[in-house]
Design a protein around this ligand. Structure first.
Ligand SMILES: *Cc1c(COP(=O)(O)O)cnc(C)c1O
Length: 405
């Protein structure tokens, strides 16, 4: 069993107080705190090893390039990708989806084609497809969800035909906590010849990802949600799919040969990494991957489920509180509303108790519209949370209930 107390000690960001009370951090789905393993790796690299990558012929730059490319190998291992060439460093999940939209989408989509997403997507997996749809004439279609927040598989089957060229879907919903049956969706998409992109922003911190087993064409995630630094993330792409894609940003690093008449481009992944990359952040992200793999996802999953069940059980007992997102397969995030207390009131009152939770639309406004609510309050769990955190949040929610009713 995961030793949560030992894990907590590795997070200096949790030591501080908030409003004079020990901080309870329950907003990991938005962004995770950072362990010493990440902080110290980045600190040490900045102090002792920093140099630019891919250009220098001197020792420092060669070593720095090695560390940067080692980071790519670590990410490949983290996703069980067949090769480092499948891993493109991006600025994050949003940036990775935009890369696929502007490169793959612009090259492969045309009028009459469809892009299929679900009704529980983050804005990052909606807006890029709207933009590329406007440009190419491809139509964005949306698979509905049931009242419990699970994917409507009958509708999915109906919507999926050979006019669908890409399915882009979240693995675990940040707003509802729904875990989608992603593997069977990928199989079905492939059966009609569509490519599949997995938004793994919320699954990568919690479950072991195996892109070869999933057989997805693309998978994207953000470092800052897996306890790494901001400003970096990754795109996994199948080799032939990446090779079929033109560059989307021009500059240094992504070229093979440049003349004023014609420029030829580097092979993937370099083709998609124009400019000096976030070197320190890539190394920090790899430290986070290593740290999670060392702990082991079996242990993480076991602890997640136990704490999630404990949290749900106690949160449900708060009077005037309604859970939003009760799909049979769910994890990680617990969204709710309270009869008269607005989500932002709930968050403000909890903040005064030193408890950080999220209130709002969670960058998923269509999900809120689906449930006819403006916002939810959301508690989301990280590797460092314990029952005491939940008890304090639940006690504060009881206070909210007493205040308003
Ligand atoms: C956070 C999140 C994103 C966007 O990630 P960024 O790091 O903001 O680019 C996309 N999808 C889901 C499900 C998320 O939770």
């Amino acid at each position: 069993m995961l030793d949560t107390e030992a894990i907590r000690k590795q997070f200096p960001g949790l030591d501080d107080e908030s409003h004079g009370k020990p901080l309870v951090y329950l907003d990991t789905a938005a962004s995770a705190q950072k362990p010493l393993a990440v902080i110290e790796r980045m600190d040490s690299f900045l102090r002792h090893d920093y140099g630019t990558v891919h250009r220098g012929l001197y020792q420092r730059s060669i070593a720095s390039t090695q560390s940067y490319e080692d980071a790519r190998a670590t990410v490949a291992k983290f996703l069980n990708a067949p090769s480092v060439d499948n891993i493109v460093f991006t600025m994050g999940c949003t940036d990775a989806i935009n890369l696929v939209a502007w490169s793959w989408g612009r090259a492969h989509l045309k009028s009459g084609d469809k892009i299929l997403i679900s009704a529980m997507e983050h804005h990052a997996n909606i807006v890029p497809w709207q933009l590329i749809g406007e440009l190419t004439g491809a139509e964005l279609i949306v698979c509905p969800i049931h009242d419990d927040g699970s994917l409507n598989m009958e509708a999915f089957d109906k919507l999926l035909d050979s006019s669908v060229k890409l399915v882009s879907m979240v693995h675990i919903s940040n707003a509802l906590g729904t875990i989608n049956p992603i593997k069977s969706c990928i199989e079905k998409a492939h059966a009609v010849g569509a490519k599949f992109l997995v938004d793994a922003a919320q699954s990568t911190p919690h479950i072991a990802i195996d892109v070869q087993d999933l057989d997805c064409d693309f998978l994207v995630f953000s470092s800052h949600k897996i306890y790494g630094p901001t400003g970096i993330g990754a795109l996994y792409g199948k080799k032939d799919v990446l090779e079929s894609m033109p560059p989307w940003r021009g500059g240094g690093e992504m070229i093979e040969k440049v003349t004023f008449e014609k420029t030829t481009y580097a092979a993937p992944p370099g083709r998609f990494e124009a400019g000096t990359p976030p070197i320190v952040e890539a190394i920090g992200m790899a430290a986070a991957c290593d740290w999670l793999m060392d702990i082991g996802f079996e242990q993480i999953h076991e602890k997640d489920q136990e704490l999630f069940n404990y949290a749900e059980e106690h949160i449900q007992q708060v009077p005037h509180l309604t859970r939003i997102g009760t799909a049979p397969q769910r994890s990680t995030a617990i969204s709710f509303v309270m009869d008269d207390a607005h989500a932002s009131d709930i968050s403000n009152i909890l903040d005064m108790e030193g408890i950080a939770i999220r209130a709002g639309h969670h960058c998923a406004q269509p999900v809120m519209d689906r449930f006819g609510i403006p916002a939810t309050a959301r508690i989301s769990l990280g590797i460092y949370n314990n029952k005491d955190d939940i008890d304090r949040a639940v006690a504060a929610l009881h206070k909210v209930a007493d205040l308003f009713y």
